[in-house]
Ligand binder design. Sequence first.
Ligand code: AMP
Ligand code: MG
Ligand code: MG
Length: 279
Amino acid sequence: MHLPFEHVVVLDFEATCQPGAAPVPQEVIEFPSVLLALAERRVIDSFEAFVRPVHHPTLTAFCTELTSITQAEVDAAAPFPEALARHQAWLAGHGLLAREGAFAFVTCGDWDLATLFPGQCAAAGIDLVKLPRAYRRWINVKEVFKASGRRAKTLGMVSMLASLGLELEGRHHRGIDDCRNIARIVLALAALGSRFDITARLPSSQYPELPLELRWQGRSESVVLRRRGLATLLGLASGAFHSKMTQAFVADGPPLDDDALCELAPGTIVRMVAAKDEA
Ligand code: AMP
Ligand code: MG
Ligand code: MG
């Protein structure tokens, strides 16, 4: 059986919260993961860490009620940069950071890696673009569930479990228990033949501005790409060279697409191709 990823890592953050709008910045208070071997459909290992919030160090009663995580637990924990370093060391210890694409994260919804993680990295002064790429693209198990054609009352974790004939185990909204339950959904869907492909990527708005060197017909232009999208790059290059640009290449790679463009290093040389080159 061909699998896009042999291994997936279920990730489910818990964060500071209160009734209504989330605190700003919203900070991670639990950073748990469960590593799965998809082909063998088994749990290999798990990772647990509480995290001490530094911007809003006092948990609300609402937050402890929701997650069961206590003030004493976060007070005794390391702050986010240390937890993230430990998480990466754990991934590396399983050989998952040795090559890009060795694994993908699975989350329940897009909030964990599209919203909370980028905000937490920014608040902690961590450059998200320098982290392993796995933290910038992921599999939302809700999309895999939808594609399986199964019905559930909602796309919440508990409804998906019920639809698969599974009961909630442990404490809902405790990160490690949520990870274990999401892992059970993943394994059940895998047993039914679901494929686990990337379903979401870090929004281009979360990437910093990108300086690039554009080359076309022996000419060179330095530009700064504000939004990392191919259409934006083609528009910028068309203006810079006064000719309608249709494609962009780095070295002798394939034509750049939105995904590859997001991951370019600052200062990369990009070769442009214009409509009239192709005529
Ligand atoms: P979950 O993975 O569903 O346990 O939720 C992750 C985080 O989202 C929690 O740690 C809270 O910070 C926040 N959250 C979840 N449900 C609520 C809620 N009903 N009200 C406020 N925040 C919530
Ligand atoms: Mg969650
Ligand atoms: Mg949770």
